[in-house]
Design a protein around this ligand. Structure first.
Ligand code: GLC
Ligand code: CA
Length: 544
């Protein structure tokens, strides 16, 4: 296994709109982030991934880009960005940008020109088709809601948008599109950024001939089409390989056997990836199906261990908070948040922290749909209610998975609006900010924040946690997760009890016989508790 800085790194994801507002307009911004770099450094972060900060009309808050080479004025200026980059670098932190090239905004000049006339030179920068018998060209659906086609009266044709109608898909079959994007990437890399998180990157190539989907609601149909690897290889050869940078591809609907092709180091496409199997396939009505979760971890480990690399994360800006989804956000919030952190930082792959998870921020339930800002939640709500669903019930069912759970402002302290802004925040603050906030965590050495610090330090001091072999035990146990990470003579044993009740730990013989030194635990008194694991207890041992 080749050793590289980005395998050893801790990545921290910032959703700039909700992180820190420096000028009181209610929107987080770049100067707000600059003001928190010392904090991130203290936490132990090596790489910051910024959700999109480019110019955007904010239909999908930055994933609809109208200028790839400018900063959204909500967030500041290019000079602010350059200062952020410089200040991060001075603190030995790198900055990774979101690369959003499956689509642009409909306000991007390319699209404005493209839609102006059928014979516009930029017409086929996007995907246009005539209607079929007065209807959409095919039955494709948008990932958000409704058809993936929008009729444009100006030229009487439809354009494709796999996300909102304000987000037309680029046509990657057009060589000029590829060239423009590669040039833009180089421009940012020459500015000194340290890599890209590549949005929906396995969607760039559309199913050949745009045929009807057998099941249009099965979104896997739109992913991993032939030709995608050639594009990524070329992007790597012509752009990325010229720099020492980190790339992580967002790959919805990818099985480990296919994912391997994207991250096999000999194939020179991406460094690593986000897959979502552990988030989508493990959900049952009790929370998480741990046996399935372990199974997924094992399959991914086996598929990538020779030549690939995985990531570990349990939340991001697109879904619920991890402590609400996988942990217990009421009685055992602190213990379960620490346990989940222990898991993501000791399983194989580069760990990602999503802003606020390091203080155990939780889901939120806004009182009505009017408070939701996320286009997915709002358009899904409208679609279901139009079809006759009960608005109250629909709201409750969407609340649990709404992307706004992750997008409430960072809870810095217990002052009004959680110290996020002196103005009116663009989205409501989670009302629990008086109890859950960073200032509070900094006051107690047992806090989630300090636990993250210790955990990060431990991972950095322990190559086995990065490069070690992954050996799971008790794979059929529905609430204990026990595994070893072993490198040369160093064997680290991780023991997790994902249950709100005590459990007796029966270790397999080869582990039971070893002498164990406790390196880290999330509850006091682990020695006295012996082999009884208390509710949501997590321990990390060195075996010798
Ligand atoms: C990705 C982003 C998500 C966005 C979508 C469209 O899934 O993470 O936030 O809405 O792509 O760009
Ligand atoms: Ca602001």
């Amino acid at each position: 296994m080749k050793r590289t800085w980005w395998k050893e790194a801790i990545v921290y994801q910032i959703y700039p709109r909700s992180f820190a507002d420096s000028n009181g307009d209610g929107i987080g911004d770049l100067r707000g982030i600059i003001g928190k770099l010392d904090y991130l450094q203290e936490l132990g972060v090596d790489i910051i991934w910024l959700n999109p900060v480019y110019k955007s009309p904010n239909d999908d808050y930055g994933y609809d880009i109208s200028d790839y080479q400018d900063i959204n004025p909500d967030f500041g200026t290019m000079a602010d960005f350059e200062e952020l980059l410089d200040q991060a670098h001075r603190r030995n932190m790198r900055v990774v940008m979101d690369l959003v090239v499956n689509q642009t905004s409909d306000e991007h000049p390319w699209f404005v020109e493209s839609r102006s006339a059928k014979d516009s030179p930029k017409r086929d920068y996007y995907i246009w088709r005539p209607g079929k018998n007065g209807k959409e060209p095919n039955n494709w659906r948008s990932f958000f809601a409704g058809s993936a086609w929008e009729f444009d009266p100006q030229t009487g044709e439809y354009y494709l948008h796999l996300f909102s109608r304000k987000m037309p898909d680029l046509n990657w079959a057009k060589p000029e599109v590829k060239r423009e994007i590669f040039t833009m990437m180089k421009w940012w890399l020459d500015k000194g950024i340290d890599g890209f998180r590549m949005d929906s990157i396995n969607l760039l190539v559309k199913p050949q001939g745009l045929p009807d989907a057998a099941d249009p609601a099965d979104m896997s149909f739109y992913c991993n089409q032939p030709g995608i690897h050639e594009i990524l290889y070329q992007m790597n050869r012509e752009v990325l390989s010229q720099y020492d940078v980190f790339t992580v591809g967002e790959l919805p609907y990818v099985a480990p056997e296919i994912a391997r092709l994207y991250v096999d180091e000999d194939r020179q496409e991406l460094n690593t990836l986000f897959h979502f199997e552990h988030l989508l396939e493990t959900v049952d009505k009790n929370g998480c199906d741990l046996v399935e979760f372990k199974h997924i971890q094992r399959r991914w480990y086996e598929a990538l261990k020779e030549k690939g690399w995985n990531t570990q994360f349990l939340n991001n800006h697109d879904g619920p908070r991890m402590v609400s989804r996988f942990g217990d956000d009421s009685r055992y919030r602190v213990a379960s948040a620490k346990l989940l952190a222990t898991m993501t930082h000791t399983l194989p792959g580069t760990p990602f922290i999503y802003q606020g998870e390091e203080i155990g921020m939780t889901n939120v339930a806004f009182p009505s749909i009017a408070y939701y800002r996320d286009i997915w939640t709002v358009s899904r709500f409208q679609e279901l209610v139009q079809k006759g669903a009960d608005p109250e019930k629909t709201l409750r069912s969407l609340q649990r998975y709404s992307r706004d759970n992750a997008r409430t402002p960072f809870q810095w302290d217990d002052s009004p609006n959680a110290g996020f802004t002196t103005g009116t925040p663009w989205i409501l603050v989670n009302p629990n900010y008086r109890e859950i906030n960073l200032a509070q965590d900094l006051q107690s050495k047992d806090s989630i924040f300090y636990y993250y610090q210790r955990l990060i330090r431990l991972r950095k001091e322990t190559p086995a946690l990065v490069y070690g072999e992954y050996c799971p035990f008790l794979e059929d146990d529905p609430s204990l997760y026990v595994y070893e990470r072993a490198l040369d003579d160093d064997r680290i044993l991780i023991v997790l009890n994902l249950l709100g009740e005590a459990r007796e730990l029966v270790l397999p013989q080869e582990v039971a016989e070893a002498h164990r030194e406790l390196l880290l635990g999330n509850l006091e008194g682990a020695e006295e508790a012996g082999l009884t694991l208390r509710p949501w207890e997590a321990r990390v041992y060195r075996c010798c």
